[in-house]
Structures are given as structure tokens and as C-alpha cells.
Design a protein around this ligand. Structure first.
Ligand SMILES: Nc1nc2c(ncn2[C@@H]2O[C@H](COP(=O)(O)OP(=O)(O)O)[C@@H](O)[C@H]2O)c(=O)[nH]1
Ligand SMILES: [Mg+2]
Length: 354
């Protein structure tokens, strides 16, 4: 058997290429999501070709071959199951105790409307033989705009962080600024947060630790000056004051300031808010034109419904989640496989671990 890999933007496209190129000779061994050198998310499927071209005949094989795309899908599904079974370190999924996906999503706080859509999509994929985890992963990857980090920051030079008070804006900014610094970027930090005692001071501390230039701005003119001064920088990070979505004045000010920049606006939302509350925030911050969501404080909750609600209803790009106070370590890329797995784990209350 000859081994090869086929890479395509989606699993479906990879499967149809396998079917086209190798037809009945293909045995699907495994598949995984990978990043291309340009940061694109791709599916890589490993296949065994059960035919030796030099002999021009079908060798006897213990392994079944694919007769149709449906067979290939089934084989892929069974290879997924084998992988899961052969990895004893993985914690058991809730699926093993219950197959009621709706009940689990409901327990996580996923809105009824999205629970219904997800459940329906997963049920229609059930015939492919994939596990609930794999179908949920596929469905989530269609419903949520997961974006690999390489692609997310690529084009823009200025990145602004907005969100409610105490959401983790400054901490998240610092984590990403360290990442960029490690890559060799010359960076400038701007703080607009003269509203909170010590708010701007935090940016000064991070900038000094990073050896980066910084500007603490109290009005629009300060921001214009800072942007001019940092024009030669590779990246500019703008930290903003916390906004109470029920108060207008800061929205108006921030809207004016961000209007002066060509910033990629990152709305930072803490996961430990009530799932329904979290879902309303992208809409509440819409006039500040966020393009992406970062979910902070994932370590402080077991209920992930708010992430799903906010991501699906806003249709904004989702890339990062943060899971702790440590700068720069506590940040991760959120993707469909990790979220599917977490959603299939029954939420545990803090004392249930002790
Ligand atoms: N547990 C946890 N705490 C966080 C996380 N991100 C930020 N924090 C903490 O939340 C508090 C507020 O963070 P800060 O960045 O100042 O929020 P900001 O007001 O939105 O700028 C600080 O104590 C941070 O250390 C996280 O992912 N997990
Ligand atoms: Mg702050």
C-alpha cells in the first residue's frame, strides 16, 4: 500500500479529490485540520492507495477499499473512532453517557434557536457514520467564522481592543503584543484609558517591559499625534477604556477616535458573563464596527453557550480565547475541534472537581 496525503480547503473537497484521483483504490486513514504557510485553514487527509502501479494488479489486502464517496466517508468516520479509542489520555466525552446533543447544548447555555439549528445539521450528517464530536466540529466550522491567527492580523497594522469594563482588553492586548514582538515586529502601544485609575499606567508598564514606544492619550488630538509618531511601526495596538453598553457618552467618544484610525477592531468579551448577556454584546458594540471577537476568561467558566451565541449571531471572525491572567502564555486559538470537544463535555461546577 502506498501512502499519500490530499489537502483541500474542506473535508468534502478533499474527499471528492480522493474519489476522482484514486477512486476505489483509496483507503482513508486519517484526517486533520492544518494551516497552510499563508495561514489558511485546510483539511489534510491521509490515504493509502491499495494498488501497486508497477504490478498493474490489485494486491490482496486486509483493509477494505472505498467503493464510493459514501464508503470513503464511512471509513474516515471509523478511522476517527479508532483514533479516539487508541488515545487513553483523552477524557471520555459526555457522548458516552448521553447522546442528547440538544440537552448538552442547552446546559451550556446555547440559545434555543442555535441549539435547534446545530442539532438539525448534526442529525442530517449522522448517516455518514461520523461521531457526534466530528459532526459537531463540521457544523460549528460552518456556523462560526473561525479564522486562523495568521490570516486575522495579516493585512492590518493597527489593532484596537474594545469591550466592557474589566473584560480583559489590556491583558489580551499585552499577550498579543508580546507575540508580535517575538516575531520581531517594531510596535507602538496607545492607551485611551485615562478613565480608570491606573488604566493607562498598565500600558506604560507593558510597553517598558517590551521595549516598545507608547502614548497615553487623553483626547482625539493626542491620538492623531501618536498615530503620526508611530507611522513607521509594524504594528500599533490601541487599548481603550471599558464601556458600559447602557451608557452613551463613551461610545460617542470612542467612535470618533476609532474613526481616525484604520484599525482592526477586536471586541473582547468575557466568557463568564451570562450566556444570554454575552450574546447581546456584539450588537451593543456594533456601532464601533468590531471585526473580530476574542473570548476572555475561558478558565473562569464551564458554560460555553455564550461563545456560541455571540459568535453565530454576530457573524464576526473568531480567533482567540484567553484562559488565565498570565501574560503572554494564557491565550489560545479557538477552533471548531476544540470547541466541539468542550461543548460535548458536561459543564462542571467549580466544587465538582474537588
Ligand atoms: N482568569 C482570567 N483572568 C483574566 C483573563 N484576562 C484578564 N484577566 C484578569 O481580569 C482582570 C481585568 O483585566 P484587564 O485586562 O485589566 O481588563 P480591561 O479592563 O478590559 O482592560 C485582571 O485582573 C486580569 O488579570 C483571563 O483570560 N482569565
Ligand atoms: Mg484596561
Amino acid at each position: 500500500m502506498r501512502l499519500t496525503t490530499v489537502t483541500a480547503p474542506t473535508l468534502k473537497q478533499a474527499m471528492s479529490r480522493i474519489q476522482q484521483e484514486y477512486g476505489d483504490d483509496a483507503v482513508v486513514l486519517s484526517s486533520k485540520q492544518i494551516l497552510s504557510p499563508t495561514g489558511e485553514s485546510l483539511m489534510e487527509v491521509s490515504v493509502g492507495i491499495d494498488k501497486d502501479p508497477s504490478q498493474g494488479m490489485q494486491p490482496q489486502s486486509q483493509t477494505a477499499t472505498a467503493n464510493s464517496q459514501a464508503d470513503v466517508m464511512k471509513m474516515l468516520a471509523s478511522s476517527y473512532k479508532k483514533d479516539a479509542a487508541s488515545n487513553p489520555t483523552e477524557p471520555p466525552l459526555a457522548e458516552e453517557q448521553t447522546t442528547d446533543l440538544s440537552a448538552l447544548l442547552n446546559e451550556h447555555g446555547v440559545a434555543a434557536e442555535f441549539t435547534q439549528r446545530i442539532d438539525k445539521a448534526c442529525s442530517s450528517l449522522a448517516e455518514t457514520g461520523f461521531s457526534t464530536e466530528d459532526t459537531l466540529e463540521m457544523v460549528l466550522s460552518k456556523m462560526v467564522q473561525f479564522t486562523p491567527s495568521g490570516k486575522l492580523l495579516g493585512g492590518r497594522k493597527i489593532l484596537a481592543f474594545i469591550g466592557p469594563t474589566g473584560a480583559g482588553k489590556t491583558t489580551t492586548l499585552a499577550k498579543l503584543a508580546v507575540e508580535e514582538r517575538k516575531k520581531g515586529a517594531d510596535i507602538g502601544l496607545i492607551s485611551l484609558d485615562h478613565f480608570k485609575i491606573g488604566g493607562a499606567e498598565q500600558i506604560k508598564i507593558y510597553a517598558e517591559a517590551l521595549g516598545a514606544d507608547y502614548a497615553l492619550c487623553e483626547n482625539i488630538n493626542d491620538v492623531k499625534d501618536a498615530l503620526e509618531r508611530f507611522d513607521h511601526k509594524d504594528r500599533i495596538f490601541i487599548d481603550t477604556m471599558g464601556i458600559n453598553p447602557f451608557e452613551r457618552s463613551r461610545f460617542d467618544y470612542l467612535k470618533k477616535v476609532l474613526g481616525q484610525t484604520n484599525a482592526q477592531v477586536n471586541l473582547v468579551l468575557p466568557c463568564n458573563l451570562h450566556a444570554q448577556e454575552l450574546a447581546t454584546l456584539p450588537r451593543a458594540f456594533r456601532e464601533l464596527n468590531p471585526q473580530m471577537l476574542t473570548f476572555s476568561k475561558m478558565d473562569e467558566t464551564a458554560h460555553l453557550g455564550g461563545i456560541i451565541n455571540a459568535a453565530i449571531s454576530s457573524e464576526l471572525k473568531v480567533c482567540y480565547a484567553t484562559d488565565g491572567q498570565q501574560v503572554p502564555d494564557d491565550i489560545l486559538e479557538l477552533d471548531a475541534p476544540s470547541l466541539a470537544r468542550k461543548l460535548l463535555t458536561k459543564p462542571k461546577l467549580p466544587w465538582e472537581d474537588f
